[in-house]
Design a protein around this ligand. Structure first.
Ligand SMILES: Nc1nc2c(c(=O)[nH]1)N[C@H]1C(S)=C(S)[C@@H](COP(=O)(O)OP(=O)(O)OC[C@H]3O[C@@H](n4cnc5c(=O)[nH]c(N)nc54)[C@H](O)[C@@H]3O)O[C@H]1N2
Ligand SMILES: Nc1nc2c(c(=O)[nH]1)N[C@H]1C(S)=C(S)[C@@H](COP(=O)(O)OP(=O)(O)OC[C@H]3O[C@@H](n4cnc5c(=O)[nH]c(N)nc54)[C@H](O)[C@@H]3O)O[C@H]1N2
Ligand code: SF4
Ligand SMILES: [Mo]
Length: 683
């Protein structure tokens, strides 16, 4: 009789919830995944995406051994080789490219397919030592982080548990029911005691539908709204003056700024009428126990960093950072501040090398000088997730580019590999995980042996370093040694907590997590409403001009504003393999649909100067006029990928990111995924 055992593990996906899970293992195979009841935050529940994860371990698309390309680039045709051959080829090619073109002609590309601290950054020591170009990892939270940093410095977020006692919860640019499902529990607790949930978003998303109030804001219009509310609070004398005096600097200048602007500027910027802005101000002023849950979604546009600054400044005017029962502000928890250098080893680099912003991968592969000759991808699927997908594809098609992809399944990027390497899945790995939506950290031991010949990122880069003759001690480290080193003296790690206990499975609760979110109580933080040294960026939260959405040339050619938020069944592009042939939908306002003669269920083409894609129209008032919403980074549908007669690559219908741009956010060098002008036509 087969024996079933349960092993504790942790979800590795890029999701604020970082769930504790139990893997049921039978005969060395994982047969089920469930939530771990002992995890204090995720408490026995995991999302439906992850419950299906065991299928992914054993699916037909899993890459099981190293392979070399035999067909044309992108065709996904390979022949099997063994790891020794793979390492020989890889080491020889990298040496030759370094010799002929220099180390900077090699570009590593990685992101957060696996959030385990060791595996996520496993390639860094190797690439520093080799002297390659460096990747600026900006694709997710760079803009929101920069905006938060400007106003709040390194202030941690308020623990999510505190929201349970709120009388008003504001979900600002975050789709809690999709991207932060465990926070919903606190919303429910609070509402049982009479609290209201307000959602501020350009479309009435799943969370908006379940909310008490939904407020539609223009995409990128949050600064207009937050500063308008601030103006109303000042006019009505509803500012928390005590908090302002004690914990902030620069309020007088900020107040002078909003009072000098007329109402029309806030209304036109936000798309929210004056009386609604005033109502919101009254709602906030009347609810001292308010909790702001701020999403990263609202920062993915040309004014995104400023939106976070404006909302943080508004929260300061309301005194929310003082914490206390039911009050607080949470964008990212910032619960553990490990020294990244203990994972990445920047000192191995003999000289600083050029930095490539990952958002501009399309540019790097097609126009950068001196050119990129080798691209090494792990932990990411840039062909799907990176903006300006048509340019990324054009780059990956280059015959003189050597592309290595270390992957779990045959993704759209993996198909373009010259050398394809099999990667382990978290259930086969040892690693340490910290949540960014809560305050816990844990280590997960492998639940099973690797399937096929899969190697972890850590094993790949340690082996490659030895193959290349790198003999620094870091390349001899075991994964456990790196974890122990990383956890030792980690800021946020509570005193008296033993690293060995953590390796044995104990969860760690951050020292930065105060019970009631009184993060400012010790008086060590001052919120800077005015940052005189931030020039050339504005010194305070203010109204700024939109990028692509404000461009008159583009507006006349491509009249619709497209935003591309997450889908409940995908985690960025992960799980795309479960939905072959799925195009995803696009929400279209009924008046726009009538103008374009589009009906509900029609297949439509979305296009602009960068590319095009097909989606199914969903005609609904959930979105505003002129705003199209395409949820989810579904993989391109095979039949759409044919090149039309003229052979131009623009004739390809790629994924949704064929429409998004390489333009950067106002701060932090982030991506503007929610700011593309497009046209809409029925096919
Ligand atoms: N199911 C699922 N969960 C996920 C992900 C996924 O792909 N699928 N992705 C994960 C990752 S990597 C991340 S970073 C997080 C991201 O999670 P969030 O921080 O929630 O950000 P997004 O989900 O990108 O966007 C959330 C909302 O922001 C809205 N939004 C867009 N532009 C604006 C704006 O200008 N103003 C305002 N107020 N709202 C705006 C969108 O319409 C959307 O409803 O989620 C993680 N969780
Ligand atoms: N249009 C649009 N585009 C977006 C976004 C959006 O809202 N709209 N969101 C953006 C955001 S917030 C983010 S964070 C990025 C995410 O971009 P990515 O980090 O690329 O995220 P995923 O799409 O989940 O792809 C991760 C890949 O890594 C692989 N992987 C997982 N674990 C491992 C491992 O241990 N080793 C190796 N070698 N591979 C592994 C998975 O199989 C998967 O194919 O996407 C961005 N792209
Ligand atoms: S994706 Fe998020 S909600 Fe789902 S199991 Fe992982 S951490 Fe939990
Ligand atoms: Mo992200």
């Amino acid at each position: 009789m087969a024996i079933k055992i349960q092993k504790k593990t942790i979800c590795p996906l890029d999701c604020p919830d970082t769930c504790g899970m139990l893997a049921t293992v039978e005969d060395g195979r994982v047969v089920a995944l469930h939530g771990d009841k002992d995890h204090p935050y995720t408490a026995g529940f995991i999302c439906r995406k992850m419950r299906r994860y065991p299928e992914r371990l054993y699916c037909a698309q899993r890459i099981l051994y190293p392979q070399l390309r035999v067909g044309r680039k992108g065709a996904g045709e390979f022949r099997r080789i063994d790891w020794q051959q793979a390492l020989d080829i890889l080491a020889a090619r990298l040496k030759a490219i370094c010799q002929q073109y220099g180390g900077e002609s090699i570009l590593p590309y990685s992101y957060a397919g696996n959030m385990g601290a060791v595996n996520r950054f496993a390639g860094y020591p190797f690439f520093h030592r080799l002297g390659t170009s460096r990747l600026d990892q900006t694709i997710c939270s760079a803009a929101s982080g920069a905006g938060w940093q400007k106003q709040c410095g390194n202030l941690p977020g308020c623990p999510p548990e505190n929201a349970a006692d709120a009388e008003l919860i504001v979900a600002w640019g975050i789709n809690i029911k999709v991207t932060n499902v465990h926070f919903w529990r606190y919303v429910t607790h609070a509402r049982k005691k009479g609290a209201r949930l307000l959602v501020i978003d350009p479309y009435c998303n799943q969370t908006g539908k379940a909310a008490d109030n939904y407020l539609q804001v223009k995409p990128g219009g949050d600064s207009g709204l937050a500063l308008g509310v601030m103006k109303s609070l000042i006019e009505k004398n509803k500012i928390d003056q005590q908090f302002i005096d004690r914990h902030t600097e620069g309020f007088a200048q900020q107040a002078a700024y909003v009072m000098a602007r007329d109402w029309e500027s806030f209304v036109s910027e936000s798309g929210v009428a004056k009386d609604e802005i005033e109502e919101l101000a009254a709602l906030l002023a009347g609810a001292p126990r308010t909790f702001f849950r701020i999403g990263i979604g609202l920062s993915r546009n040309s004014r995104g960093g400023m939106s976070v600054r404006a909302i943080a400044s508004l929260a300061a005017c309301l005194g929310l950072f003082a914490g206390g029962k039911g009050r607080g502000v949470l964008l990212s928890s910032g619960a553990f501040r490990g020294d990244k250098g203990k994972l990445t080893y920047p000192d191995l680099a003999s000289a600083p090398t050029r930095i490539v912003n990952m958002i501009q991968l399309g540019h790097a592969l097609t126009a950068l000088d001196p050119p990129v000759k080798a691209l090494i991808v792990y932990n990411s699927n840039p062909m799907s997730v990176n903006p300006d997908g048509a340019m990324v594809r054009r780059g990956l098609q280059r015959e003189d580019l050597f592309t290595v992809v270390h992957e779990q399944v045959m993704t759209p990027t993996a198909k373009y590999a010259d050398l394809l390497l099999p990667a382990t899945i978290f259930l086969e790995n040892l690693d340490v995980y910290t949540g960014y939506g809560h305050f816990y950290l844990g280590v997960a031991q492998p639940a099973i042996e690797p399937v096929g010949e899969a190697w972890s990122n850590f094993k790949l880069f340690q082996s490659l370093a030895l193959k290349m003759g790198f003999n620094e001690p870091v390349f001899q480290q075991s994964c456990e040694e790196r974890i122990v080193d990383y956890l030792t003296d980690m800021p946020g790690f509570p005193a008296g907590c033993a690293v060995q206990d953590v390796l044995a499975g104990s969860l760690v609760h951050s020292a930065y997590s105060s019970v009631d979110g009184r993060v400012l109580a010790d008086g060590t933080h001052t919120l800077r409403l005015l940052s005189p040294n931030s020039v050339p960026e504005p010194t305070m939260a203010c109204l700024t001009a939109a990028g692509e959405f404000g461009d008159p040339d583009l507006q006349s050619r491509y009249p619709f504003r497209l935003i591309t938020p997450p889908h409940p069944d995908l985690l960025n592009s992960t799980f795309g393999e479960f939905y072959p042939g799925t195009r995803g939908s696009v929400l279209v306002h009924p008046e726009d649909a009538a103008m374009c003669q589009v009906q509900d269920g029609d297949t439509v083409r979305l296009s602009n100067g960068r590319g095009q894609t097909k989606r199914l129209a969903k005609v609904t008032t959930d979105t505003g006029r002129g705003v199209l919403v395409a949820e989810g980074i579904f993989w391109p549908v095979e039949e759409d990928a044919e090149v039309a007669g003229n052979g131009s690559e623009n004739a390809i219908h790629g994924g949704i990111n064929d429409l998004t741009s390489q333009k950067l956010t106002d701060m932090g060098g982030g991506a503007t995924f929610h700011e593309s002008l497009v046209s809409l036509a029925k096919i």
